[in-house]
Design a protein around this ligand. Structure first.
Ligand code: C2E
Ligand code: MG
Ligand code: MG
Length: 541
């Protein structure tokens, strides 16, 4: 029976001689149960040191008279080191006065390996083999207690997602591994690098005071810009770095990390591919962001939002084609905050979906209110990417129309190109359905940042809005004019209408009219204004 058991089972007398041993144990010693009988561990063990250790443990159990539960290592006959979990129990044979012991040992080598791996993973990043966030904490604590200056760098690859999306995660992983090696090889003794997730790394440079840290960071950025060969591909990427210096920018891990992160945020906002060092101004910016974020959460409930309206002129009829609803926020804490500042924050954090619903509801109510007074006015509403792709967007919109009495055919949704490209299929579904019920779709800020035009054929678009950046200098800058002409040509070919925004001068207006723009919007005609002001404007024109 005991030979069937895969664990070691044995009994020894007081001198350590086997009275009994099962096959599993005998095989580990390269022997048979019969050969083991009457012999000691020392007669078979590969290592005399191990044998001596077994004997010492045995004696301790016998002398104490208590069972014990220990971990020990045995080198078996094939030379393999196996970790055993052994239970030893004192045992007196009938007729003997000196007690011996019984033992059962289980091979836990596989568990040991797994445990070591878990311990490794707790402190390392599996992909790159670099230390992880936990190790970073410990490292920073040591550096802080030494009190010597150092630089903490947050490093993030720019548009890394594109590599993953276009070439696959396999290539993305190799890229990160190679970059990790590059950083590691560049560091000098006493520096530190770890990966804290995705494409984010943290580097700690010792003795780095301001000018030195700046040159070091520049070198690092340059190093990481160098292309890297993966399979037959030559890949290159840039990265952004945010830096905080100890002791100037903080005396605790938490503060330094927060400040390096704020600096990274600013580096990204400044167009990426560069480094930002933490400064007091940055701190204020981060502080303001936080205040805005808190304020935005409750702005609708506290009645801090209003809509302003800016008319859009039809160049053919010289009448108002539509009015664009533009959100205004008067915060109790921060005063007036411009949409250019808070909309991007709301988009980043997802708050835009609820804010956008507030806007849509208010625009529907306004449209219905004007209609009830006999004013037929089309309203253009800016719809953000995230908002449009929320599955309940359309049903909520329909509910708003029902509730307020707004007519979908008197609404235009202005959507920036980005959304149309991130998830074309989803955008297509929603937009088709909206267009079917009469809503017109306008592509806002057209020409800024994206190049794929194929979506124009697939989506039910009525208008292209030429971005203000092309309009501002169009009568002086041949390139801007060329782009405007290009947009108009595309629009004509696809039977879309063109709206130019940001028209401030007669010169711009004359030129845009002669080029064939269908509608113009800008300070030249009217600034964004309250609903009441707009009502009087309409009445007077
Ligand atoms: P947009 O949709 O491109 O809106 C046009 C912006 O240009 C408005 O800025 C408008 O006030 C400004 N503008 C109009 N004519 C002129 C001009 O002649 N000269 C100059 N310099 N500017 C002119 P605003 O109101 O600050 O809005 C900025 C952006 O914020 C908007 O750009 C839009 O992307 C976003 N936004 C505003 N309201 C909403 C909203 O309710 N929802 C969403 N998702 N975004 C909104
Ligand atoms: Mg707009
Ligand atoms: Mg625009």
């Amino acid at each position: 029976m005991i030979d069937l058991v895969p664990h070691f089972i044995f009994a020894k007398d007081s001198d350590g001689r086997f009275v009994l041993a099962n096959r599993a144990l005998a095989e580990a010693y390269g022997s048979t149960p019969e050969q083991l009988e009457g012999k000691t561990d020392a007669d078979f063990a590969k290592s005399q040191e191990e044998a001596a250790h077994f004997r010492a443990e045995d004696l301790a159990v016998i002398q104490s008279g208590n069972a014990s539960d220990i971990e020990e290592v045995i080198t078996d006959s094939s030379g393999r080191q196996r970790t055993l979990h052994t239970v030893k129990i004192p045992f007196s044979y009938e007729g003997t006065t000196r007690p011996g012991l019984l033992g059962v040992a289980i091979d836990i080598s596989a568990q040991k390996v797994a445990q070591q791996r878990i311990a490794y993973l707790a402190h390392h990043d599996d992909l790159t083999g670099l230390p992880n966030r936990l190790e970073l904490e410990a490292f920073l604590q040591r550096r802080l207690s030494q009190g010597l200056p150092f630089a903490l760098l947050f490093l993030d690859f720019d548009h890394f997602k594109d590599i993953n999306d276009s070439l696959g995660h396999g290539i993305g992983d190799v890229f990160l591994k190679l970059m990790a090696q590059r950083i590691g090889a560049w560091l000098t003794k006493g520096d530190f690098v770890c990966r804290i997730g995705g494409d984010e790394f943290v580097v700690v440079l010792r003795h780095a005071e301001s000018p030195l840290a700046q040159t070091k960071v520049e070198t690092l950025l340059q190093l990481l810009r160098e292309p890297v060969a993966i399979d037959s591909l030559m890949l290159s990427s840039t990265c952004s770095v945010g830096a905080a210096l100890f002791p100037n920018d903080g005396a605790s891990t938490e503060t330094l990390m927060k400040n390096a992160d704020a600096a990274l945020y600013s580096a990204k906002a400044q167009g990426r591919n560069g480094a930002q060092f933490f400064s007091a101004a940055l701190y204020q910016a981060a502080d303001r962001r936080l205040a805005m974020l808190n304020g935005l959460r409750t702005a609708a409930a506290h009645d801090e939002f209003t809509l302003h309206f800016q008319p859009i002129l039809d160049t053919h009829t010289n009448r108002w084609l539509s009015v664009e609803a533009l959100l205004r926020w008067k915060s109790k804490q921060l005063g007036n905050v411009g949409p250019a500042e808070f909309i991007s924050l709301a988009e980043e954090t997802g708050l835009i979906t609820s804010i956008g619903q507030w806007v849509l509801h208010a625009a529907c109510a306004q449209q219905a209110s004007w209609a009830s007074r006999g004013i037929k006015m089309n309203i253009s509403v800016n719809i953000s990417a995230r908002q449009l792709l929320v599955p309940t967007f359309e049903s909520e919109f329909r509910a708003f129309c029902q509730e307020t009495g707004a007519k979908p055919e008197h609404l235009t949704f202005e959507i920036t190109e980005g959304v149309l490209l991130t998830d074309v299929a989803a955008a297509q579904r929603v937009l088709n359905s909206l267009a079917h019920s009469g809503v017109m779709i306008s592509v806002d800020d057209f020409g800024v940042g994206y190049s794929s035009l194929s979506y124009l054929r697939k989506l039910p678009i009525s208008f292209l809005k030429i971005d203000r950046s092309f309009v501002t200098d169009c009568h002086q800058n041949a390139d801007d004019l060329a782009i405007i002409r290009g947009v108009i040509a595309i629009a004509k070919a696809l039977r879309l209408k063109v709206v130019a925004e940001g028209v401030e001068t007669e010169a711009q207006a004359t030129l845009l009219r002669s080029e064939g723009c269908n509608a113009l919007q800008g300070y030249l005609f009217a600034r964004p204004m309250t609903a009441e002001a707009l009502t009087s404007l309409i009445a007077s024109t």
